[in-house]
Design a protein around this ligand. Structure first.
Ligand SMILES: [Cu+2]
Length: 177
């Protein structure tokens, strides 16, 4: 500070100033060296973070595509995931029981509904039945039977994710002849 304030230094001050400047130069070099020493650690840390992120993404992809074999081979095999029901149209005959093996391949990492889906059918059934409301937990399956009462077109839906009944992809149609 004093140096800048007074550019016309006396000869007495000159050696002192040189010493200060040299010290500051040495300090800067030291800092640079230290920074250089830290760089390999930073690169390793960066690589580790990148690997961790890719690993997590890969795990999510693999676990999502895990398919489950239906436990009941006689039943209608149906899948419910974030993409909707597959198939989303089934045909049945009035008075004849329909058995569905509903498979949920989604894992519990889904932020919406935690990977839980369900099958809700509240119309077209025999008066004795109050409706079908089956919940399928992540990466599991359920087998259930219902009997449509009379011919017509009825709709089922998933009530546990993505806005429930309002979600257009979480629907299915039951066509009863
Ligand atoms: Cu759902």
């Amino acid at each position: 500070m004093r140096v800048r304030e007074n550019p016309h230094l006396c000869l007495k001050c000159l050696p002192k100033m040189r010493e200060i400047m040299s010290r500051s130069k040495k300090h800067n070099e030291k800092l640079k060296k230290k920074k250089g020493q830290n760089q390999p650690y930073m690169s390793i840390l960066f690589i580790v973070i990148v690997i961790a992120i890719f690993g997590a993404a890969l795990y999510l992809i693999i676990s999502k595509s895990a398919s489950l074999e239906p436990v009941n081979k006689e039943a209608i095999k149906m899948t419910i995931s974030m993409a909707g029901f597959e198939p989303n149209i089934i045909r049945a005959k009035a008075g004849q029981p329909v058995t569905i093996n509903l498979i949920n391949p989604d894992n519990s990492h889904h932020t919406d509904g935690g990977g839980v889906h369900n099958f809700m059918l509240t119309e077209g059934l025999a008066s004795l039945m109050s409706g079908v409301d089956i919940t399928v937990l992540p990466e599991s399956q359920e087998v259930f039977t219902f009997t449509p009462a009379k011919p017509g077109e009825y709709h089922w839906y998933c009530d546990s994710c993505c806005g429930g009944k309002e979600n257009p992809s979480m629907h299915g149609t039951l066509i009863v002849a």
